[in-house]
Design a protein around this ligand. Structure first.
Ligand code: ZN
Length: 198
Protein backbone atom coordinates (compact mmCIF):
# COMPACT_ATOMS: atom_id res chain seq x y z
CA UNK A 1 0.00 0.00 0.00
CA UNK A 2 1.34 3.39 -1.00
CA UNK A 3 2.09 5.54 2.04
CA UNK A 4 0.73 9.01 2.53
CA UNK A 5 3.22 11.84 2.95
CA UNK A 6 3.99 12.25 6.67
CA UNK A 7 1.81 15.32 7.42
CA UNK A 8 -1.15 13.65 5.73
CA UNK A 9 -0.58 10.40 7.64
CA UNK A 10 -0.44 12.34 10.90
CA UNK A 11 -3.67 14.17 10.08
CA UNK A 12 -5.42 10.86 9.38
CA UNK A 13 -4.04 9.44 12.64
CA UNK A 14 -5.48 12.39 14.59
CA UNK A 15 -8.86 12.23 12.87
CA UNK A 16 -9.26 8.51 13.45
CA UNK A 17 -9.17 9.21 17.21
CA UNK A 18 -12.47 11.07 16.93
CA UNK A 19 -15.55 9.13 18.05
CA UNK A 20 -17.41 7.48 15.18
CA UNK A 21 -14.60 8.13 12.70
CA UNK A 22 -13.10 5.04 11.10
CA UNK A 23 -10.01 4.94 8.85
CA UNK A 24 -12.07 5.48 5.68
CA UNK A 25 -13.89 8.54 7.02
CA UNK A 26 -10.60 9.88 8.41
CA UNK A 27 -9.04 9.65 4.95
CA UNK A 28 -12.04 11.38 3.39
CA UNK A 29 -11.91 14.18 5.96
CA UNK A 30 -8.16 14.58 5.47
CA UNK A 31 -8.59 14.92 1.69
CA UNK A 32 -11.36 17.45 2.27
CA UNK A 33 -9.19 19.49 4.64
CA UNK A 34 -6.20 19.71 2.30
CA UNK A 35 -8.53 20.89 -0.47
CA UNK A 36 -9.62 23.85 1.69
CA UNK A 37 -7.95 27.27 1.77
CA UNK A 38 -5.57 27.94 4.68
CA UNK A 39 -8.12 30.47 6.04
CA UNK A 40 -10.87 27.87 6.09
CA UNK A 41 -8.68 25.36 7.91
CA UNK A 42 -7.56 28.10 10.30
CA UNK A 43 -11.17 28.91 11.12
CA UNK A 44 -11.86 25.25 11.93
CA UNK A 45 -8.80 24.86 14.15
CA UNK A 46 -9.57 28.19 15.88
CA UNK A 47 -13.10 27.05 16.68
CA UNK A 48 -11.81 23.77 18.14
CA UNK A 49 -9.21 25.48 20.29
CA UNK A 50 -11.61 28.19 21.46
CA UNK A 51 -14.26 25.66 22.43
CA UNK A 52 -11.64 23.72 24.37
CA UNK A 53 -10.25 26.80 26.10
CA UNK A 54 -13.47 28.65 26.85
CA UNK A 55 -15.91 25.88 27.77
CA UNK A 56 -16.01 24.79 31.39
CA UNK A 57 -18.51 22.85 33.49
CA UNK A 58 -20.96 24.80 35.63
CA UNK A 59 -19.99 24.26 39.29
CA UNK A 60 -23.66 23.86 40.23
CA UNK A 61 -25.30 21.77 37.51
CA UNK A 62 -22.23 20.53 35.54
CA UNK A 63 -23.64 21.64 32.21
CA UNK A 64 -21.24 23.10 29.64
CA UNK A 65 -20.85 26.84 29.99
CA UNK A 66 -18.65 29.82 29.24
CA UNK A 67 -19.39 31.45 32.59
CA UNK A 68 -19.86 29.90 36.03
CA UNK A 69 -22.63 29.50 37.14
CA UNK A 70 -24.18 28.80 33.76
CA UNK A 71 -26.95 31.02 32.30
CA UNK A 72 -29.63 28.52 33.39
CA UNK A 73 -28.47 28.33 37.03
CA UNK A 74 -28.06 32.10 37.23
CA UNK A 75 -31.43 32.90 35.61
CA UNK A 76 -33.74 34.28 38.35
CA UNK A 77 -36.78 33.14 36.34
CA UNK A 78 -35.87 29.46 36.63
CA UNK A 79 -37.51 27.45 39.40
CA UNK A 80 -34.62 26.44 41.69
CA UNK A 81 -36.86 24.00 43.58
CA UNK A 82 -37.30 21.70 40.61
CA UNK A 83 -34.23 19.75 39.44
CA UNK A 84 -34.13 17.68 36.25
CA UNK A 85 -31.41 15.02 36.30
CA UNK A 86 -29.94 14.09 32.92
CA UNK A 87 -27.00 12.00 31.76
CA UNK A 88 -25.20 14.36 29.38
CA UNK A 89 -24.96 18.08 28.55
CA UNK A 90 -26.61 17.34 25.18
CA UNK A 91 -29.69 16.14 27.09
CA UNK A 92 -29.99 19.62 28.64
CA UNK A 93 -30.01 21.04 25.11
CA UNK A 94 -32.77 18.55 24.15
CA UNK A 95 -34.88 19.45 27.21
CA UNK A 96 -34.40 23.17 26.63
CA UNK A 97 -35.62 22.78 23.05
CA UNK A 98 -39.03 21.63 24.40
CA UNK A 99 -39.40 24.98 26.23
CA UNK A 100 -41.63 23.14 28.71
CA UNK A 101 -39.23 22.86 31.64
CA UNK A 102 -38.63 25.93 33.81
CA UNK A 103 -36.56 24.28 36.55
CA UNK A 104 -32.82 23.73 36.72
CA UNK A 105 -30.65 20.76 35.74
CA UNK A 106 -28.14 18.35 37.13
CA UNK A 107 -25.84 16.62 34.63
CA UNK A 108 -24.53 13.25 35.84
CA UNK A 109 -21.97 12.85 33.04
CA UNK A 110 -22.90 9.27 32.30
CA UNK A 111 -25.03 6.46 33.65
CA UNK A 112 -24.44 3.54 35.95
CA UNK A 113 -23.12 0.63 33.89
CA UNK A 114 -21.67 -2.35 35.77
CA UNK A 115 -20.62 -3.89 32.44
CA UNK A 116 -18.41 -0.91 31.67
CA UNK A 117 -17.32 -0.62 35.29
CA UNK A 118 -19.10 2.73 35.77
CA UNK A 119 -20.49 3.15 39.28
CA UNK A 120 -22.14 6.05 41.14
CA UNK A 121 -18.73 7.36 42.23
CA UNK A 122 -17.78 7.93 38.60
CA UNK A 123 -20.82 10.20 38.13
CA UNK A 124 -21.87 13.53 39.68
CA UNK A 125 -24.06 11.72 42.23
CA UNK A 126 -22.50 13.09 45.45
CA UNK A 127 -22.84 16.56 43.95
CA UNK A 128 -26.54 15.92 43.28
CA UNK A 129 -27.23 14.80 46.85
CA UNK A 130 -25.41 17.89 48.13
CA UNK A 131 -27.80 20.10 46.14
CA UNK A 132 -30.94 18.69 47.72
CA UNK A 133 -31.69 21.31 50.35
CA UNK A 134 -35.01 21.84 52.15
CA UNK A 135 -36.20 24.14 49.33
CA UNK A 136 -35.99 21.48 46.63
CA UNK A 137 -39.52 20.19 46.00
CA UNK A 138 -39.03 17.76 43.17
CA UNK A 139 -36.31 15.89 41.35
CA UNK A 140 -37.33 14.51 37.97
CA UNK A 141 -35.10 11.72 36.72
CA UNK A 142 -34.68 12.16 32.98
CA UNK A 143 -31.99 9.58 32.37
CA UNK A 144 -32.20 7.72 29.05
CA UNK A 145 -35.01 5.14 28.62
CA UNK A 146 -32.53 2.26 28.24
CA UNK A 147 -31.12 -0.37 30.64
CA UNK A 148 -28.38 1.86 32.09
CA UNK A 149 -30.66 4.88 32.32
CA UNK A 150 -33.37 2.90 34.17
CA UNK A 151 -30.81 1.40 36.56
CA UNK A 152 -29.44 4.86 37.26
CA UNK A 153 -32.94 6.23 37.90
CA UNK A 154 -33.74 3.38 40.32
CA UNK A 155 -30.46 3.91 42.15
CA UNK A 156 -31.05 7.66 42.49
CA UNK A 157 -34.66 7.19 43.63
CA UNK A 158 -33.50 4.88 46.42
CA UNK A 159 -30.82 7.37 47.39
CA UNK A 160 -32.92 10.56 47.25
CA UNK A 161 -36.30 9.50 48.64
CA UNK A 162 -35.05 9.03 52.22
CA UNK A 163 -33.89 12.67 52.12
CA UNK A 164 -37.58 13.55 51.89
CA UNK A 165 -37.73 14.98 48.38
CA UNK A 166 -40.35 14.05 45.78
CA UNK A 167 -38.70 11.93 43.10
CA UNK A 168 -40.35 11.47 39.70
CA UNK A 169 -39.46 9.67 36.49
CA UNK A 170 -40.17 10.83 32.95
CA UNK A 171 -43.25 9.02 31.60
CA UNK A 172 -43.01 6.13 29.21
CA UNK A 173 -43.96 6.89 25.67
CA UNK A 174 -40.38 7.69 24.92
CA UNK A 175 -39.00 5.03 22.61
CA UNK A 176 -37.43 2.36 24.85
CA UNK A 177 -33.69 1.92 24.41
CA UNK A 178 -33.35 5.39 22.96
CA UNK A 179 -31.19 8.37 23.77
CA UNK A 180 -32.93 11.39 25.26
CA UNK A 181 -31.24 13.73 22.81
CA UNK A 182 -32.82 12.01 19.80
CA UNK A 183 -36.37 12.09 21.18
CA UNK A 184 -38.47 14.75 19.44
CA UNK A 185 -39.61 17.81 21.36
CA UNK A 186 -43.31 16.94 21.54
CA UNK A 187 -42.66 13.42 22.89
CA UNK A 188 -40.12 14.76 25.37
CA UNK A 189 -42.46 17.46 26.59
CA UNK A 190 -45.31 14.90 26.96
CA UNK A 191 -42.96 12.59 28.87
CA UNK A 192 -42.21 15.44 31.27
CA UNK A 193 -45.88 16.29 31.67
CA UNK A 194 -46.81 12.66 32.39
CA UNK A 195 -43.98 12.00 34.84
CA UNK A 196 -44.87 9.68 37.71
CA UNK A 197 -43.70 9.60 41.29
CA UNK A 198 -41.27 6.83 42.21
ZN1 ZN B 1 -25.54 25.46 35.82
Amino acid sequence: MARYPKPMARLIEELVRLPGVGPKTAQRLAFFLISQTPAEVQSLTDSMLQAKQRIIYCSQCFHLTEEDPCPICSNPKRNKNFICVVEEPRDVIAMERTKSFDGIYHVLHGSISPLEGIGPNDLKVKELVARIGPDVQEVVLATDPNVEGEATAMYLARLLKPIGVKVTRMAHGMPVGSDLEYVDEVTLSKALEGRREL
